[in-house]
Design a protein around this ligand. Structure first.
Ligand code: ADP
Ligand code: MG
Length: 735
């Protein structure tokens, strides 16, 4: 909850020469922050235009990513120091950081070990006692202080007799005109870089605020001045300019969060309007290809499938068909419906842009297959892109099995394997035939990896793009594939349950369908968190399961490209060990450094149960489907994110057998083990993802590849769902 009007609370202390915030100027035209197309206002001017900022300072600021005056004004304090109240030196505690203020009564630099080591120390005194402050191996600190200086220090005691702080943050108190900026107030403490003094930066920001505050206009006001007022009341009655001032120089510490939320709101609005603009452009330019199909392939496909679709799968397919047939005109799209359409499309709707979310094992592949059939029946080609070669091979095999009896050509294109030599002319001719004949004929499904993105790859008459495990790709890659066609339909699928906040932020321009039901007849997966000393028992347990005919995965932390051989050696070393432990059962090894052919051979052997246990890295995380594998052991489990472990665990519990997932954490860290317990308690991917988001942040949750994620200065995706919702509403009404 945000308190009411706070506008006039931010008058600087009397005698400071600073005026109250001047009234905000009428909306200054300013580009959305996210795009920043060049210098179009005073705020976009370089920091060097400020008095006192020369080349050296500018270089230091640039290291903090501060280039323009706006960057400077939005440089977020790292913490705040209440310099109205200090602890007496006598009250300082161990383990409790606090600010003290005193006068330097003695100081000196001591060198030892032949001058290679040093300690600089001063003694600070106030009315209650003395405090020793030490800096190890930073001899130049001596230059900054002198006996008689008044100083603030912030830190915690490392010793109490005598009271000592090591490497406290410190700032000399200087008198003069500007001292009010730094003392007797809540002072901001900024992230710094080498050579940049806290006090100098604080002064600079203060003066920049004084001069440019009236130019600060938020996104909300840029969108609509009248709405601006109304919405700001909801968001805390705080103007953008006031919020910026408050984030730097709050009256009370509680003001900081109020200001942060106001500024975060603006960031979310900027992002949402950029997304909406993208969607609008898309709607204006595109038209839906008619890809609804006529069921002539779908019927036999479903008949041979061997199971009935779940209600959730059927519901999702209905949503998809509405998009694909070009009949469904959602309210969001109605605007574009009035625009002219050419005869070819003969439809008023825009192409499908749909995200399909469903927990691991919920049956997304079959939905993808049905969607593909709709396009194929309509005479279009389909591309399916997946993040790994193993998954591409698996999908290729499945789709071949499903589709070739129906007369659909299925092809594969990965970095190492292509089945499409000489494909283009053939597909070309097919296209001619299909466009000249009235009855469209089935065309081609091509399954591939990133290799589909290469400039050499082309697929004429591309009606539908499907991207599996979308979270492994960036938004840019998604668009790159889509551009291979003339506005094909797009279905992206993900098993990483994306918390609502992230979903709205990342996929705000997509419609969302959710498979919220698992196919019946699945064995349960039980999860156990154990310490490493239980391993012998665990091996015994797994052996018994292998003897009973099951198969097992044994997982070690992933091998990163930039990792040294260490991790890899661990996998290979453990491989020998596991072979010994499980003999005479056969054990395979799978990791990212194997050649594709080798990987494929190992997978084939595992699938055919010629290998009973698979020692692997997290490579198997995505998509693999071997129903007889019912045990998973993950070592060093604390090195994985929860959402990733949930994905890994999704490899088991795919058959009718009861499955076990054992997470070994050698972490002495109790906290790490507590975190893992979440997996023991719940199988709800959304809950797990939310915990992960809180604990590790969005970058970790989504992986490095998720390049679509913008950087927020103030917004916090883990906590700000209400603001993201508000931002969406505003933009929907006013964008
Ligand atoms: P994911 O959503 O993780 O991609 P898959 O599509 O790989 O899951 O499906 C997991 C397993 O469930 C597959 O073996 C698939 O054949 C099976 N499956 C999918 N839908 C159903 C259903 N309606 N009934 C029974 N089994 C199903
Ligand atoms: Mg899948």
């Amino acid at each position: 909850m945000l308190p009411p009007e706070t506008k006039n609370r931010l008058v600087p202390p009397a005698g400071g020469g600073g005026a109250a915030a001047p009234p905000r100027a009428a909306a200054v035209a300013r580009p959305p922050k996210l795009t920043r197309p060049g210098a179009t206002s005073a705020l976009q001017a370089p920091v060097t235009s400020l008095w006192g900022v020369g080349a050296e300072r500018a270089a230091q600021l640039a290291r903090l990513d501060i280039h323009t005056i706006e960057d400077l004004l939005l440089h977020r304090p790292r913490r705040y120091e209440d310099r109205r109240h200090f602890k007496n030196i006598s009250e300082l505690n161990k383990d409790e950081p606090a600010t003290a203020r005193g006068t330097i009564v003695a100081q000196g630099l001591k060198r030892f070990r032949k001058g290679t080591k040093s300690v600089f120390e001063f003694i600070l005194e106030d009315d209650t006692g003395r405090l020793h402050c030490r800096w190890w191996n930073l001899p130049f600190m001596e230059k900054y202080f002198a006996v008689g200086d008044e100083v603030f220090v912030f830190g915690k005691l490392v010793e109490t007799k005598p009271r000592t702080m090591d490497h406290p943050e410190s700032e000399v108190i200087e008198g003069g005109e500007e001292s009010f900026i730094h003392i007797n107030r809540i002072a901001p403490v900024y992230p710094l870089t080498e050579g940049l003094p806290q006090r100098w930066l604080r002064g600079l920001i203060w003066r920049a605020l004084e001069r440019f505050e009236n130019q600060l206009v938020g996104q909300a006001s840029r969108l609509s001045p009248s709405l601006h007022q109304e919405n700001l009341r909801q968001a805390g009655s705080l103007s953008y300019a006031n919020a910026v001032r408050m984030i730097h120089f709050p009256e009370e510490l509680t003001d900081v969060e109020i200001a942060r939320r106001r500024l975060a709101l603006d960031e979310f609005i900027a992002l949402q309007s950029a997304m909406r603009l993208r969607r609008k452009n898309f709607e204006a330019r595109s038209r839906a290809l008619r890809c609804g199909g006529d069921n002539r392939l779908m019927k036999p496909f479903l008949a041979q499938l061997g199971f009935k679709l779940t209600d959730a799968q059927t519901k999702v397919l209905r949503e998809i068909r509405a998009d694909m047939s070009g009949a469904g005109v959602s309210p969001a799209r109605s605007e574009s419906a009035t625009r002219g359409r050419d005869a070819l499309a003969n439809t008023t709707a825009t192409p499908m842009r749909r995200l399909l979310q469903g927990d691991v094992g919920s049956g997304k592949t079959v939905v993808a297959a049905c969607t593909a059939l709709m396009a194929l029946e309509s005479g279009f080609n389909v591309a399916l892109m997946v993040p790994t070669e193993i998954l591409a091979e698996q999908h290729f095999r499945n789709f071949q099995k499903w589709f070739e009896p129906l007369g659909v050509k299925v092809e594969l294109q990965t970095g190492s394997r292509k089945t499409v030599e000489g494909r283009e002319p053939r597909v070309e001719s097919q296209r001619c035939r299909s466009s000249s004949s009235l009855v469209p004929r089935p065309s081609t499904l091509i399954v591939g990896t990133h290799a589909l993105l290469t400039s050499g790859f082309e697929l004429p008459r591309l009606g539908l793009v499907i991207i599996d495990e979308q979270h492994k790709f960036g938004v840019a890659q998604r668009e790159q594939l889509v551009r291979k066609g003339d506005y094909p339909h797009l279905l992206v699928m993900t098993a990483t349950p994306i918390p609502r906040t992230l979903g709205l932020t990342l996929y705000g321009d997509l419609d969302v369908s959710v498979i919220d039901e698992m196919p019946a007849g699945r064995g349960r997966v039980k999860t156990f968190v154990r310490t490493a000393d239980k391993l012998p028992k665990v091996w015994e347990f797994i052996r018994a399961k292998l003897a009973a005919g099951r198969q097992a995965y044994v997982i070690y932390p992933r091998v990163e490209e930039q990792d040294t051989a260490n991790d890899l050696k661990a996998v290979t070393k453990e491989f020998e060990n596991v072979q010994r432990v499980f003999a005479p059962f056969r054990v395979g090894l799978l990791h990212g450094r194997l050649k594709s052919r080798e990987k494929e051979e190992v997978m084939a052997a595992f699938r055919a149960n010629r290998i009973q246990a698979l020692v692997a890295t997290a490579l198997i995380e995505v998509g693999l489907d071997v129903p007889n594998a019912s045990i998973m052991l993950v070592e060093n489990a604390e090195r994985f994110g929860l959402a990733q472990l949930h994905q890994l665990r999704g490899r088991i519990g795919r058959g009718a057998h009861e499955s076990q997932c054992i997470l070994i954490s050698s972490a002495k860290n109790e906290e790490a083990r507590q975190r893992l317990k979440v997996l023991e308690e719940t199988a709800d991917g959304f809950r797990i993802a939310e915990v992960d988001l809180k604990l590790r942040g969005p970058g970790e949750l989504l992986g490095r590849q998720q390049s679509g994620l913008p950087k927020f200065r103030f917004g916090n995706l883990a906590d700000d769902l209400d603001l993201i919702r508000q931002a969406r509403e505003w933009v929907a009404q006013n964008g």
